[in-house]
Design a protein around this ligand. Structure first.
Ligand SMILES: NC(=O)c1ccc[n+]([C@@H]2O[C@H](COP(=O)([O-])OP(=O)(O)OC[C@H]3O[C@@H](n4cnc5c(N)ncnc54)[C@H](O)[C@@H]3O)[C@@H](O)[C@H]2O)c1
Ligand SMILES: N[C@H](CO)Cc1c[nH]c[nH+]1
Ligand SMILES: [Zn+2]
Length: 429
């Protein structure tokens, strides 16, 4: 990890530091465009071919049905089931509380406006399964989709070496009442859900994180089809703000937790104490070799850095410019700096709140904007799975009250038919 002193950095240096390495030479885009084109032209056939090429699996069938899922789920132990159910219950509780009925508003006597929720009818969930299979992501997407009441839920996940999904994905499908999983991964899965194939329904919106191929495909299809996306949720990242009250071993563990996701993950430490920064770095070097995924984490850590600032306020300023997917405040003074957070996907407060709890089971969603998209996007929630439709109702009194203003506004825009639609009701034509 490179180490910088904030006071030595110019604003151009900071701009460079906070920039993510998102396909500068368009190499990923070129590959993904070809994949999307192929799926559009050849449908299911392309999915079988890509499973062979990218996942090294010769598929017998493109999907697993309920019986397959039940059989696979048999190997999940009672202890593992209980942990998945704890996560399910907490995620369910937190997301269920997001469903609120809004009040009707009478903007003028006789003019009433309100919003009602309607579920998005057909949604596609992408569950990553390249370097690690993520049943937790299935919970994070499936639970809000179920709470919202989406009618059709299409699920795609890359086939594993046995030509199936793993037992935990199968068990989560059963918990969610989902009885089909398509064995498609990467950009080909995104293309299939955006364009539709012989087997896979074209959906209205695609959800889910993934590697750079998945994320690039999502950003492409949102401009070439009528299918929307949740957000660009690419390689995981974390920014830890720490001071002299932080514990170096905890900081290192949190940095490594995101680094082990993939070689393109990034972990950043912004610290007001040079001593704690050095100790955290030493801890990273100590803990890293003990990890089974040390090779992956090492490459991500090599692509990560530390910034030493003089104050927590300056640290927060850097963080707001970085706009991290995850922000950890490793300080006992976290309450003082929370009001200054402007850009972050999900925030972890104090020295005893590891980011991993949000990844799995505290209740918050772990599908979050990366690559500085936290400047404008929120993470997945029940809101992501619904439309909020506005309604209005005008009474006889209401049309008399609002009519004259609308007539003048229509007039000043030169739109006489608009004016007439009011006048005809107020006998003012
Ligand atoms: N932002 C979030 O909310 C969030 C949440 C969970 C995971 N993640 C991220 O999701 C990612 C998961 O990545 P993953 O790779 O493990 O799984 P993945 O399922 O996203 O990708 C695997 C697929 O990528 C495709 N692929 C691999 N190499 C390719 C190549 N050379 N050309 C074309 N396609 C290729 C294959 O089809 C493969 O099935 C990680 O980067 C992780 O950090 C992000
Ligand atoms: N940290 C990931 C989001 O960036 C989510 C995850 C799933 N499993 C473990 N972690
Ligand atoms: Zn994680």
């Amino acid at each position: 990890m490179r180490l910088y002193n904030y006071s030595d950095l110019s604003s151009t240096d900071i701009q460079k530091l906070v920039q993510r390495n998102v396909d500068p030479a368009n190499e990923i885009r070129t590959i993904v465009e070809e994949v999307i084109d192929n799926v559009q032209q050849h449908g299911d056939r392309a999915l079988y071919d890509y499973a062979k090429q990218f996942d090294k699996v010769e598929l017998g069938n493109l999907y697993l049905d309920k019986a397959d899922l039940e059989e696979l789920a048999e190997s999940v132990s009672a202890e593992q089931k209980a942990a998945l159910e704890t996560a399910y219950n907490n995620i369910y509780k937190f997301h269920r509380a997001q469903v609120k009925t809004e009040d009707k508003v009478e903007t003028m006597p006789g003019v009433t406006c309100w919003r009602e929720l309607r579920p998005i009818e057909k949604v596609g969930l992408y569950i990553p399964g390249g370097t690690a299979v993520l049943p937790s992501t299935f919970l994070m997407l499936g639970i809000p989709a179920r709470i919202a009441g989406c009618h059709e839920i299409v699920v795609c996940s890359p086939p594993q070496k046995n030509g199936k999904v793993n037992a935990f994905i199968a068990y989560v499908a059963l918990l969610l009442g989902i009885d089909k999983i398509y064995l498609a991964g990467g950009s080909q899965a995104i293309a299939a859900m955006a364009y539709g194939t012989e087997s896979i329904t074209k959906v209205d919106k695609i959800f889910g994180p993934g590697n750079q191929f998945v994320t690039k495909a999502k950003t492409i299809i949102q401009s070439t089809t009528t299918t929307a996306i949740d957000m660009p949720a690419g390689p995981s990242e974390v920014l830890v703000i720490a001071d002299e009250t932080a514990t170096p071993a905890y900081i290192a563990a949190d940095l490594l937790a995101q680094a082990e996701h993939g070689i393109d993950s990034q972990s950043v430490l912004v610290c007001t104490s040079a001593k704690i920064a050095q100790e955290a770095l030493a801890e990273v070097e100590k803990q890293l070799p003990t990890l089974p995924r040390a090779e992956i984490a090492k490459l991500a850590i090599d692509n990560s850095y530390i910034v030493v600032t003089s104050t927590l306020e300056k640290a927060m300023d850097f963080s707001n410019q970085y706009a991290p997917e995850h922000l950890i405040l490793a300080t006992e003074r976290w309450k003082e700096i929370v009001p200054f957070i402007i850009n972050a996907g999900s925030v972890f407060l104090g020295n005893l709140t590891p980011e991993s709890v949000g990844d799995y089971a505290s209740g918050t969603n772990h599908t979050l904007p990366t690559s500085s998209y936290a400047r404008a996007y929120s993470g997945v929630s029940v809101d992501s799975f619904v439309k909020k439709i506005t309604f209005q109702h005008i009474t006889r009194e209401g049309i008399q009250n609002i009519g004259p203003s609308v007539e003048i506004l229509a007039e000043l825009e030169g739109l006489h038919a608009h004016r007439n639609a009011v006048s005809i009701r107020t006998n003012n034509n």
